[in-house]
Design a binder for this molecule. Structure first.
Ligand code: FES
Ligand SMILES: [Fe+2]
Length: 454
């Protein structure tokens, strides 16, 4: 039961004191509305083009809780199709990825082309008397499918703005922070696991550098990233993953995109330069000096080391080796997917080292997410109680501290100590999405990024 379905969703997010009501983290009616007003409307990350390079390649993923097939049709065009036969609704694709010439429904045998068109119906002549209009009974296509620098997104809502407009400067920068590193491709095999938490708490955590020293204390003590004789990463050189807690940079974008975390300080830059041929530094940080990367990142992005989130649920890990989707599976269950990214020009040894480090950082076998998952599970449980729900959660760290700035018309950012600006911005945007009845209302009414020119 939604406690307060008759009030605006902005009433759950309290700008005056930086608090958020707990009801939004486990209420079924709130969750159902999120499926409609956020996931069925937003641009959702599907896959990287390197996962479906050839005609007939496909990758199965989700928009909200709905299974969709991302594929490449005979013309080489990207397609995203609802994975549900138009006859009785059966899934027409069961494999997580692969290559197909068409999608054959296993129930009665309707067959759909790679572009979703209905191309085969058993008994079409004898039982349907050729009166079924196949043009009308193809798979349901996404409203729009577009890619940005190889990252494929789809929206079910044809009224959505084009992808680049949706991403805006902050969303684009988030993707540039991976795309500009080199010839990036996604490694085969997506790591998937479920955690008993609300999807928003898993998103919220990606901006959270406050928890690192506590939640991950034991992981840091083990020196977990240093297998295979790898030298320490920049993060490991400079402390328990946090660098200087007083030198953080947050970028806030329209529609809820944000980037938050440590900044590359002049001291850190000098340390990177002095690291010489250290392969980790070469792999992880030198790319920033390439002219194309410099141009894409701009002045504000050049020093960003924090994690971007593309609203609603795509986390781009700031080390550039992993992407994560926080897929909702009910109000108190989230499926976490991890994609590992490498430069296709790496030597086999470098590639293995990079995959090894990724596997041991985030994901079900990583040292960090197990710590996090336990906390999110408990946080979610404590949003059920009738008493607990009377008391909101606090997101006010450093609220009001750190002025928004912009360099030469670039994206807005705030330099401050560790803070919760990224998290709270995301909840404010969440309320915008939930209160807006359609894209026209969302475009008109959403909270603008500070300093955005009118
Ligand atoms: S459900 Fe697909 S052919 Fe009948
Ligand atoms: Fe964590």
């Amino acid at each position: 039961m939604l406690q307060g379905a008759n009030k605006p969703f902005h009433d759950y997010v309290h700008v005056s004191d930086g608090t958020v009501d707990r009801v939004i983290f486990s209420d079924q009616a709130v969750y159902d509305m999120e499926m409609e007003r956020i996931f069925a409307r937003a641009w959702n990350f599907m896959c990287h083009e390197s996962q479906i390079p050839k005609v007939g390649d496909f990758f199965l993923t989700f928009i909200g809780e709905e299974s969709v097939i991302a594929t490449r049709d005979k013309k080489g065009e990207l397609q995203v199709l609802l994975n549900s036969c138009r006859h009785r609704g059966n899934a027409v694709c069961r494999a997580e990825s692969g290559n197909a010439r068409s999608f054959l429904c296993t129930y009665h045998g309707w067959t759909f082309g790679l572009d979703g068109k209905l191309i085969g119906v058993p008994g079409y002549k004898d039982f349907y008397h050729e009166q079924l209009n196949k043009e009308e009974w193809g798979l349901i296509p996404a409203g729009k499918v577009q890619s940005y620098k190889g990252f494929v997104f789809a929206t079910m809502d044809p009224e959505a703005p084009d992808l680049e407009d949706y991403l805006g400067p902050v969303g684009r920068l988030g993707l540039d922070l991976v795309a500009e590193r080199g010839d990036e491709v996604v490694v085969e095999g997506i790591q998937k696991s479920q955690i008993g938490c609300n999807w928003k708490l898993a998103v919220d955590n990606l901006f959270d550098w406050y928890h690192v020293g506590i939640s991950h204390a034991s992981a840091m003590m083990t020196g977990f990233g240093r297998g295979r004789n790898l030298p320490p990463t920049i993060a490991e050189r400079t402390g328990p993953g946090t660098s200087d807690p007083h030198a953080h940079r947050v970028l806030l974008g329209d529609y809820g995109h944000a980037i938050g975390g440590p900044r590359i300080t002049p001291e850190l830059r000098a340390m990177m330069a002095a690291a010489g041929d250290d392969p980790d530094v070469t792999l992880d940080e030198r790319w920033r000096d390439k002219p194309a990367a410099k141009a894409a990142l701009g002045a504000a992005g050049a020093d960003v080391r924090g994690h971007p989130n593309i609203f609603p649920n795509l986390w781009i890990a700031s080390n550039g080796t992993q992407l994560s989707l926080r897929l909702p599976k009910g109000p108190t269950t989230t499926e976490i997917w991890w994609f590992t990214i490498v430069d296709k020009n790496l030597t086999e040894e470098q590639r293995r080292a990079r995959v090894f480090r990724a596997n041991h950082t985030f994901g079900p076998a990583g040292m960090l997410e197990q710590d996090d998952g336990e906390n999110w599970d408990q946080s979610t449980r404590q949003t059920h109680g009738v008493v607990a729900r009377r008391f909101p959660l606090h997101f006010g760290m450093n609220l009001g501290h750190g002025a928004p700035q912009s360099i030469d018309g670039g994206p807005t950012f705030i330099d401050a100590a560790i803070n919760e600006h990224g998290q709270f911005w995301t909840y404010r945007a969440w309320a915008d999405w939930m209160d807006a009845e359609n894209w026209a209302a969302l475009k008109r009414d959403h909270v603008r990024t500070p300093l955005t020119p009118a």
